[in-house]
Design a protein around this ligand. Structure first.
Ligand code: ADP
Ligand code: MG
Ligand code: ZN
Length: 599
């Protein structure tokens, strides 16, 4: 190391120590403030009134006076026969004021006082709201120094290379590819389009679940057009501090201009392009990044042959400004693959693997409805590992089936020691699921029942997968609940005791029942109303005991399903016993054996 560089390092060290000192001071100040507030709020328990209690007392007519300050959610409450004033926190002040006024108009004698903000509180709230900004600034200066950004001006790394990926490497997605071929054409021969006066989209947004191949198809476009692929992920921006996100965007596009024609790929764009809602510190920063992105996209002319592709799995989160003409004005949904798509993906990813003759990719594709391309690729990789462990010469069908199960339910654990009692309980629990589903017309056939523990589950009942469905009927959902509760019902029926083994079933069943009532409008008592809407506060929109009604309806659905499950099991007790017995002896029953029992 020569002297000049040493000097530079010394300087860096000094500013580093300085930054640490600043950080320590900030932390001490923050801790002080926190302690002050905590001690101020101590012994508040006897003086605070829960919001729900406040509402209750109000409807009993026990409230004499309510005092509010503008801009504060904290209110002072004077109750009729209590000397001391109490404090309460009101979640939505406007709605609360309306509620009080309504009570007053109903003849309730409540005095509502609305005070302007006190000067002191005004100063302190201003200071408080400034605090994050001050801290952000301090941190920014620190990071800036630590990274030596001032001198070098280079903090990001992005990937820029020609990819070898082509459309033929992307399975399925034929229509999507057809739409995107136009962009390949444009990148290859822009003059052809501009001569015509055609406007080519600057930005294309790819919507789709993780692992559906968005990155892959973006790379394939670059590959087909033989242009550089510059990529960056939105989540990289949110880790950065004030201003850096925006400067990274600027640098990204500077680079793109140098390399044009090229593709700029922004993964997880929702991380920067989230809807501009509030004005908290972090969001302001994101907005700067977003604004810079918009500026860059508006900045380059359509002759510059830069195509910006962006991917997200949360389109509803995106700021509308991103979707305006001249920006991401084209949107393409990348779906999870259908049967043929899954088969094609399996074929592509098994090309470089040694598959045995007995492997039936069609049936694997049938069993994997809902799987993404990434999951299917993962399954084949797992299968290769399992085949190696099993010392097979090549990958056998059983290896792939094992891999499917590993990805869906977790790995079999042969070594877990099981007490006889546990084993019996698990056998009846799983037999319960299987028998009940057999008698439910809408439920798919049982594929395998096992009491060999897998992942966290003590045993499992696997069903044949449904071929890609769009709608699920109420009957089907109700029967799903019955199948889910079949395990618990069998435990109760046979052993007259219940276990924790059903906790996951109960969790899933409750979620389904709740959604039936609050999301799909399947409860007669409550009707087709969306009670899950994010912006509305149920209590104010639908009245305060709406929560009770929802709870009652959910409970009715679950109770009915549990009773139906028990009825089915009592009726078919012989089958339940046979299956549990086989499970105790052999730990597993496959599809054919299972069917034979019912013939
Ligand atoms: P996303 O960007 O949508 O999250 P990726 O493009 O990163 O998904 O996909 C991850 C991997 O999954 C790919 O590298 C590829 O191996 C596999 N894959 C996903 N979809 C497909 C597909 N349609 N055809 C072939 N392979 C796919
Ligand atoms: Mg991706
Ligand atoms: Zn279960």
């Amino acid at each position: 190391m020569d002297n000049k560089e040493k000097g530079k390092n010394n300087k860096k060290n000094k500013s580093f120590i300085m930054s640490i000192a600043v950080l320590v001071i900030i932390i001490v100040v923050l801790a002080g403030i926190a302690i002050y507030y905590i001690s101020k709020n101590q012994n508040k328990d006897d003086k605070t009134l829960a919001y729900t209690d406040l509402i209750k007392e109000m409807s009993y007519g026990n409230i004499e006076k309510i005092e509010m300050s503008v801009g504060s959610t904290s209110v002072k409450v004077k109750m009729k026969d209590v000397e001391e004033e109490k404090k309460s926190i009101v979640p939505n002040t406007e709605a609360f004021i309306e509620l009080v006024q309504q009570k007053v108009s109903e003849g309730n004698d409540i005095e509502l006082i609305q005070k302007p903000k006190g000067a002191l509180t005004q100063i302190s709230t201003t200071l408080f709201s400034l605090l994050p900004t001050i801290i952000m600034l301090a941190l920014f200066v620190m990071i800036f120094k630590m990274q030596g950004l001032g001198e070098k001006g280079q903090v990001y790394e992005d990937t820029e290379r020609k990819t070898k990926i082509r459309f033929k490497d992307v399975a399925g997605l034929d229509e999507e590819k057809e739409e995107l071929i136009e962009i390949v054409d444009f990148l290859k021969r822009p003059e052809k389009f501009t001569k015509m006066g055609a406007k080519i989209p600057k930005g294309v947004l790819l919507y789709g679940k993780p692992g559906t191949g968005k990155t892959l198809i973006a790379k394939a476009i670059a590959g087909e057009a033989d242009v550089p692929f510059i990529s960056m992920s939105g989540s990289e921006f949110i880790e950065m501090f004030a201003g850096l996100g925006a400067s990274r965007v600027r640098k990204l596009f500077d680079k793109a201009r140098k390399l044009a024609p090229c593709i700029v790929f922004i993964d997880e764009i929702d991380a920067i392009g989230a809807r501009r809602a509030s004005n908290s510190g972090a969001e302001t920063e994101n907005n700067q990044t977003l604004n810079q992105l918009l500026v860059e996209m508006d900045g380059f002319s359509s002759e510059e042959t830069i195509i910006v592709l962006a991917a997200t799995n949360r389109p509803e989160m995106l700021d509308k400004a991103l979707l305006r003409p001249g920006r991401f004005d084209r949107q393409i949904t990348i779906p999870t693959p259908d049967l043929k798509g899954r088969l094609d993906i399996l074929k592509i990813h098994s090309k470089d693997k040694r598959l045995s003759e007995d492997v039936n990719l069609e049936s694997i594709a049938e069993d994997t409805a809902g799987f993404t391309g990434a999951e299917l690729a993962n399954i084949l990789n797992e299968a290769a590992i399992i085949a190696t462990i099993n010392k097979h010469d090549d990958i056998e069908n059983s290896d792939i089936e094992e891999a499917v199960k590993k990805v869906t339910v977790g790995l079999e654990k042969h070594s877990r020691v099981y007490s006889e009692k546990d084993k019996k309980l698990t056998a009846y629990h799983e037999a319960g699921h299987a028998v009940v589903s057999k008698y439910l017309p809408t439920q798919t056939d049982v594929k395998e029942v096992s009491i060999i523990p897998r992942g966290v589950a003590g045993g499992y009942t696997m069903y044949k997968s449904d071929e890609d469905k769009y709608y699920i009927s109420k009957t089907e959902m109700k029967e799903k609940l019955i199948a889910l509760l079949g395990g618990r019902a069998a435990e109760k029926l046979v052993l007259d005791d219940i276990s924790t083994g059903a906790s996951n079933d109960i969790e899933v069943a409750t979620k389904i029942a709740r959604e039936m009532v609050t999301k799909y409008g399947m409860s007669d008592a409550l009707g087709p109303i969306d009670f899950q809407g994010k912006e509305q506060n149920d209590m104010f929109v639908f009245g305060e005991n709406i929560g009770d009604k929802i709870g009652t309806e959910v409970k009715i659905l679950i109770d009915e399903a549990y009773n139906d499950a028990q009825k089915l099991l009592i009726e078919h007790r012989d089958k339940l016993d046979i299956i549990a017995q086989i499970l105790l002896e052999r730990e597993k029953i496959n599809e054919q054996e299972f069917k034979r029992i019912f013939e």
